[in-house]
Design a protein around this ligand. Structure first.
Ligand SMILES: [Zn+2]
Length: 229
């Protein structure tokens, strides 16, 4: 158990929570569902630079994505030089970069027991009764074991039920999710502009408020021309 007062000084850097006055008593579950920055900051410091970087790599950060249908931009996690930067990196700031598409793959991976599937734009092509072209589902990467994925899915469910993502509780299906606040990185500098992104896992697939995201920041993908292979 940990008490969040809303801010902390870590290695000379001030880390703040998005909620005025902090979150009070939090543990790992409530820090996740309520997005407690200070908790993440101390946790990152405890885990250390090497563990954070290794886990980011496991989640396919710093990885050149080569998918048949997409040119997908690389997401970045840089090794911070001090604990203050590490704290902000653990919160998802510092120089962290992630595309909405990568984020969606990770959330789908959680819903899929820890295995991220290769994303495709096309399921199959039919001519009359004949299927002349189709994709077999292909595993891209295992990012966590099944037990960890189930735990994380539970955290994401709590976030939608009673945390920061209750607007995702649409009732028609069981939705799991996590909110995230990132600065936009676009062709032009807009340093103070940020956007809320909801990533939701749904029955082994992933759902995102696509139009909302696309209109503002794109998906991080560039569609390739269709080709048979
Ligand atoms: Zn907090």
């Amino acid at each position: 158990m940990f008490i969040s007062t809303g801010s902390a000084i870590i290695d000379g850097q001030r880390v703040t929570c998005p909620t005025e006055g902090g979150h009070g008593h939090v543990d790992l579950t409530s820090a996740f569902t309520r997005s407690c920055n200070v908790y993440y900051a101390y946790l990152s410091e405890e885990l250390g630079n090497a563990n954070m970087l290794n886990t980011a790599r496991q989640f396919a950060y710093n990885t050149a994505f080569k998918f048949p249908d997409f040119n997908m931009l690389e997401s970045r996690f840089e090794q911070p030089g001090n604990d203050g930067d590490l704290a902000w990196a653990g919160i998802g700031q510092y120089t962290d970069l992630v595309t909405p598409m990568h984020n969606m793959l990770i959330s789908a991976g959680v819903a899929n027991g820890g295995v991220v599937m290769q994303p495709n734009t096309l399921l199959d092509v039919r001519y009359g009764e004949d299927s002349i072209y189709n994709y077999a589902p292909t595993q891209y990467k295992s990012i966590m074991d099944g037990g960890t994925a189930a735990t994380l899915a539970g955290f994401m469910r709590d976030t939608v039920e009673s945390g920061t993502a209750t607007s995702a509780d649409i009732g028609a299906a069981v939705m799991n999710g996590k909110t995230l606040r990132k600065s936009l990185k676009m062709g032009i500098e807009r340093p103070n502009k940020s956007v809320g992104i909801d990533t939701l896992g749904l029955n082994g697939a992933s759902f995102r408020r696509r139009r909302f995201i696309r209109r503002r920041i794109g998906t991080g993908c560039q569609k390739k021309n269709y080709r048979q292979h």
